[in-house]
Each structure stands twice: as C-alpha cells, then as structure tokens.
Design a protein around this ligand. Structure first.
Ligand code: ACO
Length: 340
C-alpha cells in the first residue's frame, strides 16, 4: 500500500473581525457570557466573499506551500455545509477559479467533521492508485445560515477556509491511521433545513423536524435554512466523540497517549475540549486551540488549525498529531498524522 501524506497546507480567514462586544449590540449577550461558556473572543465574518472564494484562497495557499501547480491536481474535494449553489458544487467553482483543468471535483457534506472525511476520502483515492495529488478544502460561510436574532447560536460560529494537498509523495506529514463514525439517530441535535418541498401536486409537507418523542419541533420551521441546535446534547456528544476517536486510534495503532505530541480538535468550544482532555487523560496543553480568535468554522476549522500548527514550526520530525472532528449528522472521525 502507498504511504499517503499531506504535502501542503493553507488557510483563509475574512478580514472583518466581529468581537463579542459587537454581538452584544445585536443580541442580549455579553463578552463575559460568551468567553466563559465557550472560550470565543472574536470571529471572522465574510463581508461579501463566498464559500468558493474563500475555498479558492485557502486552496491556492496550500498548493503554493506544496510547490504544485493547479495542473498537478487530480481531484478537488470541498467539504462544506454552506456551498454557494446546490449545483454546481463548490469544488467545481474552485476548479474553474484555480484553472485546475485536469482535476475531477466534488463536494462532501459531513458538517464539522468534513475535513476528516475529506482527508480519508483523498487517502483512499491515492492508496488505490487512481489519483496522485488531491486538494482537500474545508470552507464555510456559516454567517449566512445563522439566525442573527438567536443568541444561543449566532455567538458560536465564524467564516473561513482551510486546505491540505495530499499526495503519494514520501515527504510531508504522513497519514498513519484513520477512523470515521456516524450516528444518524442523533440527526435532530444539529440541523439546518434545505429548500422545502414545493410543487403543484403538494398535499402535505412531511415534517422532517420531529424531536425524539415524535413531536414536531417548532424551533425548526421547515425552509428557514438556519442552524438550530440542542447545545447541551451536542456538548455531551462532542466530548464523547473526541475521547472515543482518540482511544480508537490508540487501539488501532498501538501508540500510547504519551506518544501524542499534539491534538487538533474541531474548534467548537473550549469547555468541550477541556472536558475531553480530562476524560481522555491527555494534558490540555497538547490540544491546539485557536477558537478564541475564529469561533467555530465547521468544516474549515481543522484545516485552519493544521496550517497554523505547521506554520508555528512547533511539531518536530517524528511527532504524532491527531486531528479529531465531530459535527452535525451526527458525525465524528479522526486521523493520526506523523510529522516528517
Ligand atoms: N448570551 C447570554 N445568555 C445566553 C446566550 C448568550 N449568547 N446563549 C444562551 N444564553 C442563556 C440561555 O437562554 C439560558 O438562559 P435561561 O437559563 O434564562 O434559560 C442560559 O444562558 C443557559 O443556557 P444553556 O443552553 O443551558 O447554556 P450552556 O451552559 O449549555 O451553554 C452552549 C450553551 C455554549 C451553546 C453549550 O451548550 C455548548 O457549547 N454546546 C455545544 C455547542 C457546539 O459546540 N455546537 C457546535 C458543535 S458541532 C459543530 O461544530 C457543528
């Protein structure tokens, strides 16, 4: 089997910074509440740039970092829950803007676990021998699916994009092992409805938004295309998902917790990461955290953090790094990387 690695990373964050104080002028909240409950101080919000535009910037940065030209890319995978269009895919828009004319391109929806699902999908295409260089991008403009009157969600998220170039080349950051999980029975915990069924033959719109007891969930009116979340249940799921995915990789590979130099968790909430660190028995200072600056950027968060960790120069040759994600679906997953 071919060894697959990450040979370039990149990120893009919109310039516009929105502080907690800025949000307290929109909804009944405070800097103190947001920082103590989530660890978030500010986030970047798009003032006009689209998901594909940000994806393109992050993808270009990753290609430059990898020393590749757009022509070298065989496949573009965009992980996003906030594409510009249902059709065409964000990945096709990126292909057009980059001029990556030799690439196949498609989108992947695994919510905040999108980057992990994307990396594992790329790994499989490379291992099978079908493709050599794959550009994986996680990009989101979550600001367009937030209810800016709902203080329980609008304070949590931000916009941005992160990207990696994966290749069969024997340089870069090796991908040693992976784990993917889904639990559709928990889909109600975190939803963002798509377009409602509407045609001349409509009798009754099936309600997709039932709660666990089969009751219609009035908090999620069909067709509003806004994020609705059961915060406390998501919190519990997230802590479990981080711990379980790390333990699964440890079991699969036989490494010990001490062998792990850094963990890049999906950047949702500092308290989730802190609790996971205690439950897993792994010191918090091994967890890379930038959510204070960017909030939760969903599928973009792990790519952005990986690029920042690489840029910091902190990881040394041979260091093992786990990226672990969780999100709507519910989905979760992790990859074990080794720095080269
Ligand atoms: N400012 C002030 N008060 C608020 C705010 C706010 N922004 N949001 C909620 N509150 C209030 C609530 O109305 C409630 O008031 P009440 O007691 O008068 O009813 C009170 O604060 C407590 O609300 P809780 O929901 O119990 O607060 P909790 O401590 O659970 O924190 C939070 C809420 C931060 C959302 C937490 O549940 C959480 O982080 N959950 C995980 C959310 C998450 O990370 N989602 C995304 C992950 S998956 C993905 O990335 C797609």
């Amino acid at each position: 089997m071919k060894q697959v690695g990450i040979i370039g990373t990149g990120r893009y964050l919109p310039e516009h910074v929105v502080s907690n104080d800025d949000l307290s002028r929109l909804v009944d909240t405070s800097d103190e509440w947001i920082r103590t409950r989530t660890g978030i101080s500010q986030r970047r919000i798009s003032t006009g740039m689209t998901t594909s535009g940000m994806a393109c910037e992050a993808g270009t940065a990753a290609l430059t970092n990898a020393g590749l030209e757009p022509d070298d890319i065989d496949l573009i995978i965009c992980a996003t829950i906030t594409p510009d269009y249902f059709m065409p895919s964000c990945a096709c828009l990126v292909q057009e803007r980059l001029g990556a004319k030799n690439a196949a391109a498609f989108d992947l929806a695994a919510a905040c676990t999108g980057m992990i699902y994307g990396m594992v999908t790329a790994e499989q295409f490379i291992k099978s021998g079908m493709y050599e260089n794959v550009l994986v991008i996680g990009a989101e403009t979550l600001s367009k699916v937030l209810d800016w009157k709902d203080r329980s969600t609008c304070v949590l998220f931000g916009d941005g994009a992160g990207a990696v170039v994966m290749s069969a080349a024997k340089k870069g950051i090796n991908l040693l092992a992976a784990n993917l999980e889904s639990d559709g029975s928990k889909y109600r915990l975190l939803t963002c409805p798509a377009v409602t069924l509407d045609n001349p033959f409509l009798l009754e719109q099936e309600c997709i938004c039932y709660d666990e007891n089969g009751m219609s969930n009035a908090a999620e009116p069909a067709g509003t295309q806004k994020i609705v979340m059961n915060g406390q249940e998501v919190f519990k799921y997230a802590v479990r998902a981080i711990v379980d995915n790390i333990n699964t990789l440890i079991k699969k590979t036989g490494i010990s917790k001490d062998d792990i130099a850094y963990i890049i968790p999906h950047q949702a909430n500092y308290r989730i990461i802190d609790q996971a660190s205690r439950s897993a028995g792994i010191p918090i200072d091994k967890f890379f955290i930038n959510l204070d600056r960017y909030g939760n950027t969903s599928a973009a968060s792990i790519g952005i953090a990986l690029d920042e960790l690489a840029e910091s120069g902190r990881p040394r040759r041979g260091d093992k790094v786990i990226c672990v994600g969780f999100g709507g679906g519910m989905t979760s997953g992790a990859v074990l990387l080794e720095w080269n």
